[in-house]
Design a protein. Structure first.
Lengths: 119, 204
């Protein structure tokens, strides 16, 4: 296996970003979680440009990013480690992880994340 | 009980259940119906969680509740009454019915049996007493659960759904300005405005 993790430590290609990692449990039928900030480092690429949608009620903006890192990033998970998808923060904008490629055998993780309002 | 003050100073007080209170009432009741051994936190879940929620396994028996308002002609009627005026105002009370539609979505190997149980229990006295404390009463026309297994990631997940409607009695009170008393001055052709021949005050 080729390990490409060195590339994801190269400051010419990578930058710091943050994950808000949530863990919680169901309380009276609702999932209650708390988020902990986790510093990450890697490459952030545009997957879908910030796009304006003009609807009768006002303007709504969407967008998506792909994050590459040697550290794991998570989608919503069940079981003993129950929690919601990571919220990845890049340049102050929040993106919720929608898809994760686990390429840990090759030394990295890739996550596709969609912009969420709140930043 | 919510209270809203309008720009003209009138205050509307309403018993209308909020979305969350309605969901909480049915989450609690459904959990109780499913029996003492039911996990009170995760066995019955409220749909449409704002930030998402973890899923469940194919072997888990999990119920989901969707609470929405259902339009109904019974909602058009308004009963109005007024109470005695105090300090030049009176209290107007409006009562009417609002109809909630609760969708019960049940997943898991025992979903059909559990849906049948919930329907039966909703027609029992103790559940109706419980609902009455939230001003709710079941509309007795409840269709039977419908089994509709779902294909997900290569497996058929057992699922059974049914819906029930509940009338909510809502009481809204508003304080409105009212005539507290009426003063009548009587004059003859020869008397001045400052000297009425007789003064009469009418009070309710």
């Amino acid at each position: 296996m080729i390990d490409v993790s060195d590339i994801l430590s190269d400051p010419d290609l990578c930058e710091p970003f943050e994950a808000q990692r949530s863990a919680g449990s169901f309380q009276a039928g609702r999932f209650v979680s708390t988020a902990t900030p986790v510093p990450l480092y890697g490459s952030v690429q545009m997957a879908d440009a910030k796009t304006l949608a003009q609807v009768p009620e006002g303007d709504r903006v969407t967008g998506a990013r792909v994050f590459w890192s040697v550290s794991p990033m998570y989608e919503t998970r069940t079981g003993s480690d129950e929690g919601l998808s990571d919220i990845l923060i890049h340049h102050g904008v929040q993106y919720r992880v929608a898809k994760v490629w686990n390429w840990s055998d090759n030394g990295f993780f890739k996550a596709f994340a969609v912009r969420i309002k709140g930043s | 009980m919510s209270s809203t003050t309008f720009p003209n100073g009138q205050v509307l007080t309403s018993t209308a259940l909020t979305q969350t209170r309605t969901e909480n009432a049915f989450q609690l009741l459904t959990t109780a119906i499913l029996g003492k051994d039911t996990d009170p936190n995760s066995a019955v879940r409220v749909s449409w969680p704002t930030g998402g929620a973890p899923g469940w396994e194919i072997t888990d028996d999990v119920a989901f509740l969707k609470a929405t308002i259902s339009d109904d002609r019974v909602n058009r009627s308004r009963d109005r009454s007024q109470k005695n005026p105090v300090d030049s105002s009176l209290t107007e009370t409006v009562t009417y019915l609002r109809v909630w539609k609760i969708d019960f979505l049940l997943y898991g190997p025992n979903s059909l049996d559990r849906a049948t149980l919930i329907k039966s229990a909703l027609l029992m006295d103790w559940t109706q007493t419980s609902l009455a404390s939230s001003n709710l009463a079941i509309v007795l026309d409840v269709a039977d659960p419908r089994r509709m297994p779902e294909l997900f990631e290569g497996q058929w997940w057992e699922r059974s759904d049914f819906s029930a409607r509940f009338n909510e009695l809502i009481t809204e009170t508003t304080t409105v300005p009212a005539i507290g008393s009426l003063k009548i001055d009587l004059y003859t052709e020869d008397t001045s405005v400052s000297q009425p021949v007789r003064e009469i005050t009418v009070t309710p």
